[in-house]
Structures are given as structure tokens and as C-alpha cells.
Design a protein around this ligand. Structure first.
Ligand code: MF3
Ligand code: CO
Length: 264
């Protein structure tokens, strides 16, 4: 695993914050009737206008600027011409390559009211992300993060924790070591060191944990067709604390101000 210096971490913070600003733009425009293809174009334009390149575009052949995962799509959803409608949830995952460093994170929005059960899934998935982040301190192990996420979602609420996809190290490459599963045992896995940057990203299903990849080779869906939620933060491991490089505050403010959106 690659350890970053403090000046490199400040560069990575700028990349992470550009993703946060992109997601804030998204929070401002989401409403029923827009297509995710239009949203993806907006995301690509915003990233390029800010001097960066969308990290996901052409990554192992991924054909769009962003991943826009609606309802039963877990992650890696393709933008489409389908209009968003009241009661949809959408996980918006954005990556930017800015001055040599990647930022990569995600936020889940509710367009109108998806119902109490799904609003709780959104709330609990976000909570689990922060419980995982709390464990991202030097001397802990990756399994401490994994266990915290799994305990809050699977053990406490009976949700399905996706096994096939995991969080990861982040830096000059979009995916670096170590892998960060959302399930696991305390005190196991690689030891966390100061200056390690992780993308922690719970992917949590309302129903069962099983998923499949669609025939397009990318779109991951739940097998039972029930909704799934994805949140992701970029986090730097420090001595007695986790330093969250990305920032949800402006996203959450824009979400609250947008009357088309329900807030968990
Ligand atoms: N946040 C996702 C990840 O870390 C997004 C990758 S999408 C891809 O894996 F298209 F770039 F693969
Ligand atoms: Co990621």
C-alpha cells in the first residue's frame, strides 16, 4: 500500500473536494423528468470546466463520465434516456483526475418519497459509512472498518451487504491496495498506516446480498430486484483520527434546499 506525504494529501483533498462540488451541482438539479444521460453530460462538463478529467471514462472501457445507479442498480449504472420519476433513488458516483490525483466518491439521493423503508436504508447506509470511517485510524486493521459497516447494516437491520464489490486505496491510481470489504472480522486484514488514503464505500441492499452483472458487462443489480444504496467518502488515515478529504456538507445543504428531494 502507498503512503502519501502531507503535501500529497493536500493535493488529494483538492481532488476529493472537486468531486464533492460536482455532487453539490447534482443535488441542485435533480428532479423528476430529467434523464440520467443529461445528468452525466452535466457532470462531465462540470469536471472539465474545473480543469480535471472524469476518472471513470474509459477506465477498463467504462463508457461514461459517472456511474448513475437507480433503485435496484447497486453500482456502475449506465446513464440512460430513461427519465427519473418520483420515488426513485439514485446513487451518484463521481471520480475526477485532477493534477495527478484521483478523487472518487458517491452520494445517494431520493427523488420524491421512496417510502419509509427505503429512506431508512439510505440513513443507515450513510451511518455505516461514518462508523467505518471512525475506525480508519493508524494501528487499526482493515477488518475493523469492515466489521463496523457490517455490524450496523447486516446484523442490526438485516440488510444485505454486497460481497462482490469493495472499497479501495486511492491515489495516483483509482484503485490501489488495500481492498476494503464492507464485511469482515475485527482485528484482521492489513494494518492501517498514517498517510494511507482509502475510498470507503458501503453498498447495502434492502433485501438479500446477492447481485449480478447485467449483459452490458457493467451494471450491477440486486438479484431480488429490491433497492440498493451506495455512499462513498475519501478518507486519510491519521494517528488518532480519520481525516475525511471529501465533504458532504454542501451536498446536504443543496439536497435540503431542493424541494424535489427527500432527505433521510
Ligand atoms: N467508485 C467506484 C469504484 O471505486 C467507481 C468505479 S466505476 C469505473 O470502483 F467505471 F471506473 F469502474
Ligand atoms: Co470507489
Amino acid at each position: 500500500m502507498i503512503i502519501k506525504s502531507s503535501s500529497e494529501i493536500e493535493c488529494m483533498r483538492q481532488s476529493a473536494l472537486l468531486v464533492s462540488r460536482t455532487l453539490t451541482e447534482v443535488a441542485g438539479v435533480l428532479r423528476p423528468g430529467i434523464t440520467t444521460l443529461w445528468l452525466d453530460q452535466m457532470i462531465g462538463t462540470f469536471i472539465r470546466d474545473n480543469g480535471a478529467i472524469p476518472s471513470f471514462l474509459n477506465y477498463h472501457g467504462y463508457p461514461y463520465n459517472s456511474c448513475l445507479s437507480v433503485n435496484d442498480v447497486v453500482v456502475h449504472g449506465f446513464p440512460t434516456k430513461q427519465e427519473l420519476k418520483e420515488g426513485d433513488i439514485i446513487s451518484v458516483d463521481v471520480g475526477v483526475y485532477y493534477q495527478g490525483w484521483h478523487g472518487d466518491h458517491a452520494y445517494c439521493f431520493a427523488i420524491g418519497d421512496p417510502g419509509a423503508e427505503v429512506m431508512q436504508l439510505i440513513k443507515v447506509t450513510k451511518e455505516s459509512l461514518y462508523l467505518g470511517i471512525e475506525k480508519a485510524v493508524a494501528g487499526n486493521r482493515v477488518g475493523d472498518i469492515s466489521f463496523a459497516i457490517q455490524s450496523h447494516t447486516e446484523k442490526k437491520y438485516g440488510y444485505g451487504v454486497v460481497r462482490e464489490l469493495v472499497g479501495h486505496g486511492l491515489g495516483r491510481d483509482l484503485h490501489e491496495d488495500p481492498q476494503v470489504p464492507n464485511y469482515g472480522k475485527r482485528g484482521t486484514g492489513p494494518k492501517l498506516k498514517e498517510g494511507l488514503v482509502l475510498a470507503i464505500e458501503p453498498m447495502i441492499n434492502l433485501g438479500k446480498k446477492e447481485v449480478y452483472t447485467a449483459s452490458d458487462g457493467w451494471t450491477v443489480r440486486t438479484k431480488d430486484g429490491k433497492p440498493s444504496v451506495h455512499f462513498e467518502h475519501d478518507v486519510c488515515v491519521q494517528k488518532d483520527r480519520a481525516d475525511v478529504l471529501s465533504d458532504y456538507r454542501a451536498i446536504e445543504a443543496a439536497e435540503k434546499a431542493n424541494t424535489n428531494l427527500f432527505t433521510a
